[in-house]
Design a binder for this molecule. Structure first.
Ligand code: SF4
Length: 244
């Protein structure tokens, strides 16, 4: 017969399968309307040339234990109101659903940053989310230049459809550099988003001249988004925002 102690839920159990590489203890920018912390999850199948976190790409173990994570959440109750799961690619991890549910059980709102590369996992996770920032990486027919991977268009489309159908608060955004997404590609992406029913699009020019995995020569440099292209895009998708 099990005793009372064995029936008490283990607060660390939901975190046992989550590989967390690092924590950002505070952000007011990454989850609109919330004061939040970010959990950076280990592992991503993409190889975006502008990736600022190439150390998060390998599918290795996490650096933070379930005890450390539960302790952090307990210590921030009343100070933060949200937890953001970012990458790597969070949807690659089978433990993410349990972690999202655990956050909500403790009163935290939940947010996800995803590249949409695992749409079926995303569909399962959407009911556990309060907000999602979904990357719109590339035109559906040509994903290689911006992601380092071919043939992802169908997955990206499924992810956008899932987010739009769920009615969840969201942001669809694209990191732009002319070496990866020339004007013709951006116009196709705007058309594709409009056809899927997206109401808005955020374009964020690549701006950090820091370490990159890009192997081409010359490496990516800072780029200014052409105003004429923005006008053309807004003729297709009027609520397109250029993030400074
Ligand atoms: S989706 Fe791209 S930018 Fe984000 S972690 Fe993966 S490789 Fe890096």
């Amino acid at each position: 017969m099990r005793n009372a102690a064995s029936l008490t839920p283990d607060p660390e159990a939901p975190w046992a399968r989550l590989r967390v590489a690092a924590l950002t203890p505070f952000t007011s920018l990454d989850f609109p309307g919330h004061l939040a912390a970010i959990m950076h999850l280990q592992g991503c199948p993409l190889a975006c040339p502008y990736c600022h976190s190439p150390h998060l790409q390998p599918f290795g173990p996490g650096a933070l234990s379930p005890r450390a994570l539960t302790g952090f959440l307990a210590s921030r109750r009343g100070l933060l109101d949200g937890i953001v799961f970012s990458g790597g690619e969070p949807c690659a991890q089978i433990g993410l659903g349990d972690a999202l549910a655990a956050c909500r059980a403790q009163g935290y709102a939940t947010a996800l940053h995803s590249a949409g590369v695992y749409p079926h996992a995303l569909i399962r996770l959407l009911p556990l989310l309060d907000w999602i920032g979904l990357d719109w990486k590339a035109p559906l027919h040509d994903t290689a230049p911006a992601t380092g991977r071919v043939g992802l268009g169908r997955r990206f489309a499924q992810a956008v459809h899932a987010v739009l159908s769920a009615g969840i608060a969201h942001e669809i955004r694209t990191t732009w550099h002319p070496a990866l997404l020339p004007p013709s590609a951006m116009l196709v992406m705007a058309e594709q988003l409009a056809q899927m029913g997206a109401g808005a699009w955020v374009i964020q020019p690549y701006w950090r001249p820091v370490f990159t995995t890009y192997s081409a020569s010359p490496p990516l440099g800072e780029a200014v988004f052409p105003r004429t292209l923005l006008t053309q895009i807004r003729a297709i998708l009027p609520n397109t925002i250029l993030r400074p």
